[in-house]
Design a protein around this ligand. Structure first.
Ligand code: MG
Length: 372
């Protein structure tokens, strides 16, 4: 089987107004504009992928992703066997530096095509399931404390028993927000914080002291992504586990975090890591060093969420104690797959067919709202 063509489909999907995301990176735009991929083969099998790259997070807004996939990645992978995912990744790496989200869309479409061609799920291709139901956690936007508390209550009503609160903006308000959420959800919900690199080490240590009575489950990316020395200082100063997210895009990044003893947990997912294979490799590196991994998110729709679900089911190096962010579809007004993943009772299930186990809708929302 050979790849014959890589089709790109730019879509626009509004986010649910009540969940618009604010973090130390700024405000997420009210409309998601991912690029979907349909990977065509000479066997007639079509694999699907999704690039959720964005300007703020990865420097891969839709127009950039379309160019990277169309002009650089597609010519590099046409002719390859989609089942040879390592070779596909090597071809893409040689074609253009960076752009992990664009590369992940093509790579996950290869896994999907190879699975569909052989009747195997990506979970089985990754070694088979080690968990069926994947625990998931909510992410509370950095809204004013009262609004954040209302979002947290809503998440509990949706069945979530784990969540994180966005911090890393203004220290005093951050502390108030976390305290408001803890008071709103009570002592039985696991609450962590995600600073998105917005604090200095001193600010993080101060916040941790002020929140000592809030039973923080973890502290994610307290310091700047490149400040591993500062993150290690925070880790030495608190008993709460530290998670690295923006610090780790590649396996080499994971090793740097491990060498600095800067984190207990690493946040991974196929989009940020450039595909399912690279994500699996980082989890293996972390596991070998005694760290655990959690799936982060870039507000994926159904296809990229299915890739995350497959990884979460298959890889033993992922945490069962800290939920995974397979939640992107819940933030959107609609999805691009039918049927949708099941994201209920604080767990993710579904996508049980071959490949990634999902199919694109026939009527994709190319112009919602109409592009100008
Ligand atoms: Mg994060």
């Amino acid at each position: 089987m050979r790849i014959t063509r890589v089709e790109t489909i730019p879509v626009r999907i509004p986010l649910r107004r009540e969940f618009l995301m604010r973090s130390a990176h700024g405000d997420t735009p009210p409309v998601s504009t991912p690029v979907l991929v349909r990977l065509h083969t000479d066997a007639g099998v079509v694999g699907v992928g999704e690039c959720t790259g964005s300007a703020q997070w990865s420097g891969e807004p839709q127009n950039v992703a379309l160019t990277v996939i169309g002009e650089h990645l597609a010519p590099a992978v046409v002719g390859a066997d989609p089942g040879h995912t390592s070779q596909v990744a090597a071809r893409m790496a040689a074609a253009i530096k960076g752009h992990p989200f664009a590369k992940s869309a093509v790579e996950m479409a290869c896994w999907d095509a190879a699975g569909k061609a052989t009747g195997r799920s990506v979970v089985d291709m990754l070694g088979g399931p080690c968990r069926e139901r994947v625990p998931i956690k909510w992410s509370v936007s950095a809204r004013p404390p009262g609004e954040a508390a209302a979002i947290a209550r809503r998440a509990v009503a949706m069945g979530f028993t784990m969540m994180k609160v966005k911090t890393g903006l203004d220290l005093a308000t951050d502390v108030e927000r976390v305290r408001a959420v803890r008071e709103a959800v009570g002592p039985d919900v696991r609450v962590g914080i995600d600073c998105n690199g917005g604090w200095t080490a001193r600010e993080a240590l101060s916040a941790a002291r002020q929140l000592d009575d809030c039973d923080l489950w973890f502290i994610e990316q307290p310091t700047h992504p490149r400040d591993l020395v500062g993150m290690a200082e925070v880790r030495r100063g608190v008993a709460t586990p530290i998670m690295a997210d923006e610090s780790v895009w590649t396996a080499e990044d994971a090793i740097a975090v491990i060498r600095h003893e800067a984190a207990d947990i690493i946040s991974v997912y196929p989009g940020k890591n450039g595909g399912i294979g690279p994500c699996r490799d980082i989890v293996a590196v972390a596991q070998a060093a005694g760290l655990t991994c959690v799936l982060g998110s870039n507000l994926e729709l159904g296809v990229a969420s299915a890739a995350m679900l497959a990884v979460a089911r298959a890889l033993p190096g992922l945490s069962d104690e800290i939920g995974h962010h397979i939640i992107g579809p819940l933030y959107h007004e609609r999805d691009v797959i039918a049927p949708p993943l099941k994201l209920t009772d604080g767990h993710a299930t579904g996508a049980d067919g071959s490949g990634l186990g999902v199919e694109l809708m026939a009527d994709l929302p190319l112009t919602i709202p109409p592009s100008e």
